[in-house]
Every structure is written in C-alpha cells, then in structure tokens.
Design a binder for this molecule. Sequence first.
Ligand code: ZN
Length: 300
Amino acid sequence: MAGTRKVPTSWKTGLQRMAPGVYAYIQAGGLNVSNAGLIVGDDEALVVDSLYVRPMTQAFQEAIRKATRKPVRKIVCTHHHADHTLGLTWFERDIPVIAHRHMRERMIETGLDLAHYRGVNPEYADELKRLKQRFPDVTYEGGMTLRLGKRVVELHHLGHAHSKGDTVVYLPEERVLFTGDICFHYVTPATFDAHVGGWIRVADKILKTFPVETIVPGHGPPGDKRALEKTLGYLRLVRREAKKRFEKGMPPKRAAREIPLGVYAEWMKPDRVEQAVMKLYNEFKGRGEQGISLHDARGG
Ligand SMILES: [Zn+2]
C-alpha cells in the first residue's frame, strides 16, 4: 500500500517488561544510543550494560528505581564499546562488573578516545570530558551461570562476532535473550570491530540452538527471533555481494556504493555498509582479526 512504512524509524525510550522481573531499557535515537537490561532476582537485581553518557545512564537508573526496590548487585557487560560501557562510571564502585576475558582485554587495548566521541556526538560534548574507563572486575571464559535466588542467568561467549569479547545473556526459564550488539534491529549493524564471518556463525548458532522467544537487541526495539534473523540476513547479503566484487578486484569503497541493500537501505545508518565491506575485504585476505579504525568507519 502506498505510504505504508514497513521499517519503523523511531520507537519508544524507556523500560519495557519482557517477562515478570525482566526488562529491556530501550533508547531511540542516533549514533551511540544503545539499549540495556534489568533482571530482578529474589533479593537483588542485575543490570545488562550501562549505556553511554550520564543523562542516559541516570534516566536508566531512575527507571530501575521505579521498577524495583531491590539493589543492583551485579553488572554484566555484553562488550567493550563505549556506548555500552561509559555509563559504568555512574554506578557504585562496589558493584562487580562481569564480562568475558576478551572484552576486558579489548577495552584496555582500544583505550578511550574522548575527543573522537565529542566529534561524533557534539550534543554531548560537555558530558564526554574527564571520564575514565571502568574495567570489569570479574571475567569468565566459555560460559558462566549466575543465580539470583531462583532466577537463572546464563552468560555465553560464542566467539568473535560483533566484537572479540561478546557476551549474550540468556534466561532459559523466560526464554529471553539479551544479545548485546550481536543483534541490531532496524539499525544497520556496526562492523568496524567485528569478524563478519564469525558473526554469521554465531547468529546462526543462536538461532539453531537457543529456544528464544524474546530478543533484546543492542540497538533498536525488542523483538523475537526474527530480529536476529534480519541481522543475519543483512550480514549474509553484504558478505555475498562484497565477495563478488572482491573477486573482480573492485575497490571496497566502490563495492560498498554498488551493493543493493534492498529493505536494509531503510534501516538507520545505511552508510555503515562501507565499514562492513572494508572489514570483509580484510577477512577475504585472511586478515579477519584486523578491525577498521573508528576514524575510517563511516556511519560510526
Ligand atoms: Zn557495539
């Protein structure tokens, strides 16, 4: 039907209940506007990711206080990117921060270039000063199970996907999966730090082996399995199209301009296809571990 939009371009900011005591904190907006989560156990609560600048994290904390009186006693980080971890600054120091070993390593390796973030988010320039990274206190390898009383929370690291130290947070009883940035929903995936081939394997594995009913993505509104299928569809499309052009010897920036994105052209930040193609060219050359600098990554 003419005028009907199939791809939403905005959604609601705030806490949304996914299951009893399980919430997604969803934000709408542009670059570095990410999601978080809240899981309430018998005596304590756990937070998934901490968002980016102080106003975002404080609005999230306000929403937590309205949802539960139980204290936050654990924070899990899905990965090291600043839009998911800078907000750690605004949580109490004695709350342990849990992440995969590679997440901590990557966070230390990449450091924190605040001038870069002031450049891409001038609206938050004043907030992006004098901040220090806060690193995880507890790291795990493979997987880890947390028990908040009767509530079971599983952490899984399935390999280098969106970043080297990705964690997905899975609630087996409620069948809710917090994917971090392994799922982008109506927002073009950022791949500058990814292994796109690995990401395709990880997303495929989740879809085949986790009985998921609800997905809380790293960016965009919550959904069901189809949200992750769509992310996977994007990555497969771009890899297939980039491969054809790589084999013809076409330069990556031209290849990125030529790739027909179909419905994905309507997702926010479609120009991120360029970083995906640059990243894939590295992978085709056997340099899959090599990322794209934030400076060179169009679309952030
Ligand atoms: Zn990310």
